[in-house]
Design a protein around this ligand. Structure first.
Ligand code: EPU
Length: 340
């Protein structure tokens, strides 16, 4: 039996810790319940918001519709071959707990993505990534329910049209499907990726002679804990902006005036990815605080709620940052976080 609650505060359900009311709220833990709820909502004709871990959204006002919390649970090894384990995780599993499970089971491939906030179901949505690895590298398939008719559809890697923090579910199929479960293809013989950031240095600090699934996970956790705020203490949604990708010609122009501007070649060098953190720091925002809304002093890509900021205050701060970076560098920052 589904239980629909009215006028619920969403504060416990978003990692920014923003108070906003949902007109209706329902947590579902089976596909049958989900189909039932979608039927109910069709009759109500309410707007629908799918909530995973609530770690990639910002409420700027009350939500005048139904918030569906996807609480489907379970992890299962569905098959294996010579090289791979195929592990299915339900959408409502916490991402980091799933990573920890795989580390413990010696399923290799997602340890670089330790401690990313959020749930498994949201991971393909924006092709989450960290330290040189992203979901698309380990993704086999997913099952999703079509909101219009309750049909369950399977998507393989190509069908998801993954890009940098992008997938078909953020573009063409936006708001049309609810992800139910994801199958990950994880390796039996490890291929480690320690080249990105300071993982290698961290392993040395940890006095690890050889990288292992466990030691890389541990290194990533240590690095992230040092520079990213813990959402249970300081409200935040991870990176608030995407790293902008600009034509390399423009990057070369900017480099004449800004000798230290970092950039990473993408698309065979036609484009360059510039760290948003650098642009934000250069325009003076790093550590900036107005009321309880702020730009985190250790990683300016992350906007934070120090306590009682409203979503509108955080949104306004993000607009000011976008405008200043645009005026100074001519680069348009794009929000990574979904705004409601
Ligand atoms: N930088 C600064 N000032 C700072 C911090 C960073 O100028 O205070 C510049 C430096 O040039 C640094 C560069 O930014 O080399 C990159 O910084 P970092 O390695 O911390 O990564 P990022 O590009 O800022 C991305 C992801 C993070 C992910 C890290 C590590 C995006 C939008 N963000 O951040 O993802 O953890 O790489 O792989 O791609 C998230 O999505 O929520 C998230 C935290």
């Amino acid at each position: 039996m589904i239980q629909i609650l009215e006028n619920i505060s969403l504060k416990p359900f978003n990692s920014f810790g923003i108070h906003a009311l949902a007109k209706s709220f329902c947590s579902v833990s089976s596909i049958i319940e989900m189909q039932e709820l979608l039927e109910w909502n069709k009759i109500q004709n309410n707007p629908l918001l799918i909530l995973g871990g609530g770690s990639n959204l910002l409420f700027t006002k009350d939500y005048n519709g139904l918030v569906l919390q996807n609480a489907l649970k379970g992890i299962e090894l569905i098959r294996e071959d010579h090289e791979n384990y195929y592990v299915k995780a339900m959408a409502g599993e916490n991402w980091h707990q799933f990573v920890c499970y795989c580390v413990q089971m010696q399923y290799q491939g997602i340890e670089n993505m330790s401690l990313i906030p959020g749930n498994v179901g949201a991971s393909p949505m924006q092709n989450i990534g960290a330290y040189g690895v992203e979901i698309k590298d380990v993704f086999e398939s997913l099952e999703a329910i079509q909101i219009s008719d309750g049909a369950v559809v399977t998507f393989n890697n190509t069908a998801c049209e993954f890009g940098y923090r992008e997938s078909i579910f953020k573009r063409l199929l936006r708001n049309q499907f609810i992800i139910l479960s994801v199958v990950f293809k994880l390796r039996k013989t490890p291929v480690y990726n320690t080249s990105y950031g300071n993982i290698e240095q961290e392993l040395i600090n940890m006095k690890e002679q050889q990288p292992s699934i466990r030691s890389i996970a541990e290194a990533v956790i240590r690095i992230r804990q040092r520079k990213l705020p813990d959402p249970s203490k300081i409200g935040n949604a991870g990176s608030f902006f995407k790293n902008p990708i600009i034509p390399t010609g423009l990057y070369e122009e900017l480099k004449k005036e800004n000798k230290n501007i970092p950039g990473y070649a993408v698309n065979n060098g036609d484009y360059t990815k510039v760290p948003a953190a650098w642009l934000i720091e250069q325009t003076g925002w790093k550590g900036f605080r107005i009321g309880d809304a702020g730009c985190y002093p250790l990683q300016p890509l992350v906007l934070v709620n120090y306590g009682n900021a409203t979503g509108a205050e955080i949104f306004n701060l993000s607009t000011q940052i976008i405008e200043k970076v645009q005026a100074h560098f001519g680069i348009q920052l794009e929000r990574e976080v979904n705004i409601y």
